[in-house]
Design a protein around this ligand. Structure first.
Ligand SMILES: *Cc1c(COP(=O)(O)O)cnc(C)c1O
Length: 393
């Protein structure tokens, strides 16, 4: 028994299996791993260790602080910092052997000034209009080698805006622009790898793979496609304890704002998970009308969250509060749900993407919002591993 209100179980075996699947899909290209934002909420250190054991050599983080913490964990890894070089911090990157993904001439200039030729990536914008240098700047770099003298360009990358939709015309437009940039720069940087594809991009076909692919969400079992099933294994289970089960009289309300009213006599399970745990407030549900039947097998996409508890699905009742949420378990057999039981918030019955849909967002945000309060445990295909990330039972 644990005293934790919530338990987050990360299946590192599933992460490894997803990595292997991508390796097969992108055969011939290096498969790097994007472990920014604490490996999308799963825990950067154990996840990166596991991927390194699978043969992953190159990792992407968002900023230099994440990079430094990964460097402590993996002394040999190649680590790229996606958000580029912050003013006045080049020495910190160099000290931790981090490679900035340079997104402007100003960043390039600062990295050059750091002295000895240090490796870095060049980031080009091909249509996302987020970070990256322009095609004109690629031309300038091709024409004037002195602009990049003293930088060991090890990677040339761009990022796709619509890789979640295979048929989106922007994908081909971005691919064409990236090829044009490479045609200009490759003769000047013969050592540099090229990389365009995130998780979704990998499935657009071999033409998008280049030398390196950069999956993130797919490694963690999230769906990189919009409105299409995916082949990845879910890596996260989140469970919350049942704090109490209470009877509610017909017409009575539940929770803040009294938004949920019992149509008949109702039984409510009070769960130890709220928006502070990443159980979004948008999973609240305002009515008990028509929810007396079994909810299993229902289609995702409707409003209001649900949890798997006592052998069945139960809809969220009322507003999700900071530390608690309530579920309507009236339709489950009496005694099926007891104080101390665990309810599944994310897991085999409720995918992270279903939770995302129901919360009005996507699986990426559900994963990265997983709260710090969960007791975390790391398992390997169902067997608890010793390499837990500070989580103690
Ligand atoms: C986050 C990110 C990725 C990974 O994207 P996924 O959709 O999670 O696979 C790859 N490249 C860049 C530049 C990113 O910012």
């Amino acid at each position: 028994m644990t005293a934790a209100g919530g338990i987050l179980t990360v299946d590192l075996g599933a992460v490894a299996a997803n990595y292997a699947l991508i390796r097969r899909e992108a055969a011939g290209a290096e498969v790097a791993a994007v472990v920014k934002a604490d490996a999308y909420g799963l825990g950067m250190r154990p996840v990166a260790q596991r991927l390194a054991a699978e043969g992953c050599r190159t990792f992407f983080v968002a900023d230099a602080r994440e990079g430094a913490s990964l460097r402590d964990e993996l002394p040999e890894a190649v680590i790229y910092v996606l958000n580029g070089l912050f003013p006045g911090t080049a020495a910190l990157y160099a000290k931790a052997c981090l490679r900035p993904v340079l997104a402007s001439m100003a960043e390039l200039e600062e990295w050059r000034a750091e002295g000895a030729p240090l490796p870095a990536a060049l980031h080009f914008d091909t249509g996302m209009n987020r970070l990256g240098m322009s095609e004109a700047e690629a031309d300038a770099l091709a024409q004037d080698p002195s602009l990049s003298a003293g930088v060991g360009v090890s990677l040339i990358l761009s990022h796709l805006a619509c890789s979640d939709e295979a048929g989106h015309p922007r994908n081909e437009v971005q691919l064409g622009r990236f090829q044009a940039i490479l045609a200009r720069l490759r003769p000047h940087f013969p050592e540099a790898q090229a990389s365009l594809a995130n998780s979704g991009g990998i499935f657009l076909g071999p033409g998008y793979h280049f030398d390196m692919v950069r999956p993130g969400v797919s490694l963690y079992g999230g769906n990189p496609f919009t409105g299409k099933p995916h082949p990845f294994r879910q890596a996260v289970t989140a469970q919350a304890r049942v704090l109490a089960v209470r009877e509610v009289a017909p017409g009575d309300s539940v929770g803040y704002g009294a938004t949920w009213k019992a149509a008949g006599k109702a039984r409510i399970a009070v769960l130890a998970a709220g928006y502070a745990d990443g159980f979004f407030r948008s999973l609240s549900s305002g009515t008990s009308e028509g929810i007396s039947g079994g909810r299993t097998g229902e289609k995702a996409g409707e409003s209001g969250g649900r949890v798997y508890i006592g052998g069945g699905m139960a809809p969220v009742a009322g507003r999700v509060s900071m530390d608690m949420a309530m579920a309507d378990v009236s339709h489950l057999p009496e005694g099926a749900v007891k104080r101390g039981d665990m309810a599944e918030l994310i897991g085999p019955h409720i995918s992270v993407d279903e939770v995302g849909l129901r919360a009005g967002t996507l699986g990426y945000e559900i994963l990265t919002a997983l709260g710090a309060r969960y007791m975390r445990r790391y398992i390997e295909d169902g067997t608890q591993s010793a390499a837990a990330n500070g989580g103690k039972a």
